[in-house]
Design a binder for this molecule. Sequence first.
Ligand SMILES: [Zn+2]
Length: 159
Amino acid sequence: MAEVESFTLDHTQVKAPYVRLIEAQNGPHGGRITNYDLRLTQPNEVAIETSGIHTLEHLFASLVRDELDGIIDISPFGCRTGFHIISWEPYTPTELAETLTRVLRKIATTVTWEDVPATTMEECGNYKDHSLHSAREWAKIVLAQGLSDDPFERHVVEA
Ligand SMILES: [Zn+2]
């Protein structure tokens, strides 16, 4: 079996919410990508509802790209406690935590249903399973705790 870094992380030792650098990889045909763990809730204690994490996914797709260049993908973990962020640019966890704090603040305060991209049957694979209410409430919960740039010690960034 291939070794996957995320599966070697001791999930009982982390203190969410946080941004963690998983790894950087050089491509066999050139280029270098960086993979991050954006953990929004405490593993094995709290998971985000499917509808809420789905709407967060759609919002992150546009709002994070508005702020940062080189974002390849932002995809939810199957455990529904956070997201992978994959980037061409080697951002520090601090830079990403600051940006995500600003994005979560928008979701918590000003984003409306009209701002959620791709919510029609043509644009989404499960268009009925969205909740901006859930996304907004989770954004508030994460902001109340603050995003740490260290997964093991609480070190909340200012943004
Ligand atoms: Zn979708």
